[in-house]
Write a protein that binds this ligand. Structure first.
Ligand SMILES: Cc1ncc(C[n+]2csc(CCOP(=O)(O)OP(=O)(O)O)c2C)c(N)n1
Ligand code: SF4
Length: 247
């Protein structure tokens, strides 16, 4: 066993028992990205509930991996789409821990969909957050299961087909007692409240917790210099197809 008392991260964590870091530094996401908004809501919710020391944060391959040292918290990065079973295993081995899987919509709804649905069906005691930006962002804006009909993306330059995936609705169907909700980055207090309620449900041991968050990707939406267009697409187009609500 390694001597944990000499581990620098463990020492920093005990010196500053908060998840949101005070030694602030520039984040690695593109300017205007939604990921930091999701992470900020989650981090403040964890700190307000005093959960930093018992929380393990799992991140996927995709832009979520840019959160690898965003928090003052134990973090594990896993293969694309495999964060959910990794955190299921972690939780089974550490029943008192808060196990969070933070995944993109490509990772969770394409390659990782069987993991997500099986975790939901088995009512695994983990908290899954999926960032829905309607594309595979990190690899260049390819079509994802969430890409909306007619949306022009790098692998569908004439517009995506009519099929798109509403995962919270699917999860509600296979697990009627789970916490299932969809939030949005643009209303930060409501997003933090949603994260807190999800964590409280989790702490009560009531079962599987699933939150999808609609989130902007100005780089791949090609709206980097047009913030109004970014938020119009997020709030008017994406949120129309994917209702922001608790199920
Ligand atoms: C097993 C595996 N398949 C494919 C990839 C390539 N890959 C890296 S990131 C990524 C897309 C991630 O998209 P998403 O999960 O939606 O997250 P986002 O970047 O949008 O936050 C892909 C396909 C990989 N790294 N590993
Ligand atoms: S590519 Fe998109 S999702 Fe990824 S960091 Fe940039 S804006 Fe955010």
């Amino acid at each position: 066993m390694p001597d944990m008392t000499t581990n620098q991260n463990v020492q920093i964590r005990s010196a500053f028992p908060k998840c949101v870091r005070i030694d602030s530094k520039p984040h690695l996401f593109c300017p205007g990205c939604g990921h930091p908004e999701v992470l900020k809501a989650l981090g403040f919710a964890i700190d307000e509930l005093g959960l930093q020391a018992k929380t393990a944060f799992g991140i996927d391959i995709g832009c979520s991996l840019l959160a690898w040292d965003y928090f003052n918290m134990d973090t594990v990065e896993t293969h694309h789409g495999r964060t959910i079973p990794t955190m299921v295993g972690f939780k089974r081995a550490n029943p008192d821990a808060v196990a969070i899987a933070y995944v993109g919509d490509g990772g969770a709804y394409a390659i990782g969909l069987s993991h997500l649905m099986n975790a939901a069906v088995r009512d695994e005691k983990i908290f899954v957050i999926v960032v829905n930006n309607a594309v595979y962002a990190m690899t260049g804006g390819q079509e994802a299961p969430t890409t909306l009909p007619g949306m022009k993306v790098s692998t569908a330059p004439s517009g995506a087909d009519e099929h798109y995936m509403k995962a919270p609705e699917m999860i509600r169907n296979v697990n009627p007692t789970a916490f299932v909700a969809r939030g949005i980055t643009s209303v930060q207090p409501a997003l933090k409240m949603l994260m807190k309620d999800a964590l409280k449900f989790y702490l009560d041991g009531k079962g599987f917790v699933f939150v999808e968050v609609l989130s902007q990707c100005p780089l791949n939406w090609k709206t980097m210099d047009k913030p109004q267009e970014t938020f119009d697409f997020l709030e008017k187009t994406l949120a129309k197809a994917y209702p922001v609500k608790r199920y």
